[in-house]
Design a protein around this ligand. Structure first.
Ligand SMILES: O=C(O)[C@@H](CO)OP(=O)(O)O
Length: 344
């Protein structure tokens, strides 16, 4: 694919514009651009974790057309539909979704490891998230052990155009394993394994669990509560800091999920604000300072491409009916086209 050539200076970009303006992203997508503030836009995203700030201005000071599209098809019929070529391309999609709004989010209560379900709005958000990723391949699903993440994953998958059935694996005992076997290879092929892991749970919020966030801020002060909620290494009373949460969540990601991606499997993770913040910190190499301002919205999927051992952030996919979906790589566009043909 030929790369677009940018003039030496094209003015000012707003990060918000990057997030929402598909055409801009497409134009930039195949070009390396150096920006003021030391930020570099290449391979479809800004480096240095600057997405924490949605309102920052970027002035383009230099560009190069050396970067062509780096994304080979994940599962494109012409190039990557054999396990051999998959291994060679070493590329896979990774979708991260924070669960939809829960009944305690709605009431503004600290939730942590308390297992509460989605609110009505959360159910709608999960379905909407499913529409956004309905044309992105998913081979394996990881969720936390908490119902709000599991509901989100399942509701999202009801929208997937491939129509595979998510099946929760029960490996907690030999008997559970034996009793949940599937005896048809064809049916297995039409299923997506769902693995629930406590390591992906929300951070344990200690003695804040069940307290109202506003009342807690009124009592202990806004700054103290912000420190408990967003700092990297300060735990809430008797709870986990983000660092402690990362020790289990990132270890699980590296031990269990990365090998799947390495083997070419497309993975979706439905988890929580803080367990996902810790994973994003690892993926985007954010510092403990940068992660403070990282906030994740409920029910908004984020797409990464894993290629040659690197995670490339592609933004949040929007519905297949929208023109110019910036999050799609060429290979994902091919997968989507294949679905279009199949479903005609
Ligand atoms: O209550 C919680 O478990 C989390 C996520 O909802 O809250 P916070 O935004 O403080 O991380």
């Amino acid at each position: 694919m030929a790369a677009a050539v940018f003039p030496q200076a094209i003015g000012t970009l707003q990060w918000h514009q990057y997030l929402t303006d598909c055409n801009l992203h497409q134009e930039l997508g195949s070009t390396s651009v150096k920006l003021t503030n030391g930020f570099i836009f290449s391979n479809g995203f800004f480096r240095r974790g600057c997405y924490c700030s949605r309102t920052r201005n970027f002035t383009v000071i230099q560009s190069s057309a050396s970067q062509t599209s780096v994304f080979d098809p994940v599962k494109a019929p012409s190039r990557s539909n054999t396990s051999e070529s998959r291994k060679k391309s070493n590329e896979a999609a990774l979708i991260l979704i924070r669960h939809g709004e829960s009944l305690w989010n709605e009431k503004n209560l600290f939730t942590g490891c308390v297992d509460v379900p989605l609110s009505k709005k959360g159910v709608e958000e999960a379905i909407e998230a499913g529409k956004r990723i309905s044309s992105i391949p998913v081979d394996t699903i990881y969720t936390s052990a908490l119902i709000r993440a599991q509901m989100t994953a399942m509701l999202a998958m009801t929208q997937h155009r491939r129509r595979k059935v998510p099946v929760v694996l029960h490996n907690e005992s030999e008997q559970a394993k034996a009793w949940s076997q599937i005896f048809s290879e064809d049916t297995k092929k039409q299923s997506i394994p769902v693995i629930a892991a406590w390591q992906l749970n929300e951070r344990m919020y200690g003695e804040l669990q069940g307290l109202n966030k506003q009342e807690t801020a009124d009592r202990y002060g806004k700054e103290q509560v912000h420190e408990w909620r967003r700092s990297y290494d300060i735990p809430p009373p008797n709870g986990e800091s983000l660092e402690m949460c990362a020790e289990r969540a990132v270890a699980y990601f590296r031990d269990q999920i990365e090998p799947q991606l390495l083997s070419g499997k497309n993975v979706m993770i439905a988890a929580h604000g803080n367990s996902l913040r810790s994973i994003i910190m690892y993926l985007d190499k954010l510092t403990s300072q940068e992660v403070i301002s990282l906030e994740l919205s409920t029910g908004i999927p984020m797409l990464y491409i894993f290629k040659e051992g690197k995670f490339i952030r592609r933004g949040s996919p929007i519905g297949p009916s929208e023109a110019g979906v910036y999050a799609y790589t060429r290979s994902l566009a091919q997968y989507r086209q294949k679905l279009d043909e199949m479903l005609q």
